[in-house]
Unconditional design. Structure first.
Length: 119
């Protein structure tokens, strides 16, 4: 008899701490309107400005105005995956924050699983 549960994954999703919440809000502000000063304040110097700017411009075009949705995963302080809800669709972003400086070191955007389409 096959088991009824084929896979089980437990995900921790803690509320965003103040530094992470601030980082997400600043990121959303950059999506709406690019600002060099905000970029330098938000990201570590090792993060490539031109790549971030291109990604955020593409997000604005594809999704429209974005706002913070649910926290999907992470410790809420140094690592978080959050849902961003746009005018046209939603996108998930995984953020890694350098805790001492409170700056983003990495971000990865992905399509929400429930929106994926396989013919």
């Amino acid at each position: 008899m096959p088991p009824r549960i084929q896979q089980l994954q437990i995900v921790t999703a803690k509320p965003l701490r103040p530094k992470m919440r601030h980082a997400v809000n600043q990121l959303l502000s950059l999506v709406r309107r690019w600002d060099e000063t905000k970029f330098r304040a938000l990201f570590l110097s090792s993060v490539k400005r031109t790549q971030v700017k291109a990604q955020l411009e593409a997000l604005r075009v594809q999704y429209g105005v974005l706002r913070l949705g649910d926290v999907l995963e992470g410790d809420g302080g140094t690592l978080a995956t959050v849902r961003l809800i746009g005018d046209r669709s939603s996108v998930d972003v995984r953020l890694k924050l350098e805790p001492r400086l409170g700056k983003l070191r990495e971000m990865t955007f992905s399509r929400p699983r429930e929106l994926s389409f396989v013919p």
